[in-house]
Design a protein around this ligand. Structure first.
Ligand code: ZN
Ligand code: MN
Ligand code: MN
Length: 282
């Protein structure tokens, strides 16, 4: 059973994310459990949690959560850093209550200090948040495109960060294809994907790869541009996605698009393209 899905909205009530995912032919989906562009969040009501559980049972869809954008786990600013850890811990607990198994997070920006310092602060933040949270939700570190000051665009940096986490059962990796390609990891052909997966296995361990964000890239290989494009319409191209999805290690993972939401039609088209690849129709 393939897990193919999209990032969907929780507008209205959080459990409505299931309905949106179903309407898009998804078997998995990703949500923000709170406003991604603000610090504040309202508490989840018991009935919202119950509705979420009911739809989880009814649909069998696989939910994934993503951290909001403002927290910066690599920040050298104490106030921002502490606030970020608090939100990370709250989100881990919220996922546990909702029965969401994975929380994806960016590593943040080191704000001009250094990648090494940034990685150390991220790991420390994760350790504190994991200890302070309820449940056993796994935190997935997402690779970045390598924009200015961003932490975590190389496999080696992700590995360094993972190594500093106390409870190894609580961490893994979410690989974003657009970010990876922009950071210099070629995945346009079967040979290139094979090389990449081997590198990933050598450096991080393939068993730590838990989710893939499938996004094509507006920017070229090594451009360090974080600009998502619809599947097959960017610089990775349809062949790249066909190559990636031909590997069995990839086929069992939640594969989630975060392509531009220009229109419902484009978004749905991306999902249908992925299903066609999965079914060997294109
Ligand atoms: Zn992300
Ligand atoms: Mn992503
Ligand atoms: Mn991005």
């Amino acid at each position: 059973m393939w897990l193919i899905g999209a990032h969907v909205s929780i507008a209205g009530e959080i459990s409505q994310s299931f309905d949106r995912a179903k309407a898009l032919n998804c078997t998995t989906f990703q949500i923000f459990t709170r406003n991604p562009r603000g610090w504040a969040s309202k508490k989840l009501e018991e009935n919202e949690i119950a509705n979420f559980h009911r739809k989880l049972d009814e649909t069998g869809l696989f939910p994934v959560a993503h951290m909001p954008y403002l927290p910066n786990l690599a920040s050298p600013n104490k106030e921002i850093y502490d606030k970020s850890i608090k939100i990370l811990s709250e989100e881990l607990t919220k996922c546990y209550r909702l029965k969401i198994p994975y929380l994806v997070t960016h590593l943040g920006s080191h704000m001009g200090t250094s990648e090494e310092d940034g990685v150390r602060r991220v790991a420390e933040a994760c350790n504190i948040a994991i200890k302070d949270s309820e449940g056993k939700v796994a935190l997935l570190l997402e690779n970045t495109a390598g924009q200015k000051n961003s932490v975590g665009h190389t496999l080696n940096h992700l590995r360094k960060c993972l190594d500093l986490i106390d409870d190894q059962s609580r961490v893994g990796v979410c690989f974003d294809t657009c970010h990876g390609f922009a950071a210099g990891y070629d995945i346009r052909t079967r040979n290139a994907v094979e090389r990449f997966l081997k590198d990933f296995d050598d450096i991080i361990g393939i068993e730590r790869l838990k989710v893939i964000h499938l996004n094509d890239s507006k920017g070229d290989l090594n451009s360090h541009l974080d600009r998502h494009e619809h599947i097959g319409r960017g610089k990775i191209g349809l062949n790249g996605f066909k190559a990636l999805l031909s590997f069995k290690e990839v086929q069992k993972l939640p594969l989630i698009i975060e392509t531009p939401y220009d229109s419902e039609k484009d978004y749905l088209q991306d999902i249908l393209t992925l299903w066609s690849i999965a079914r060997g129709q294109i």
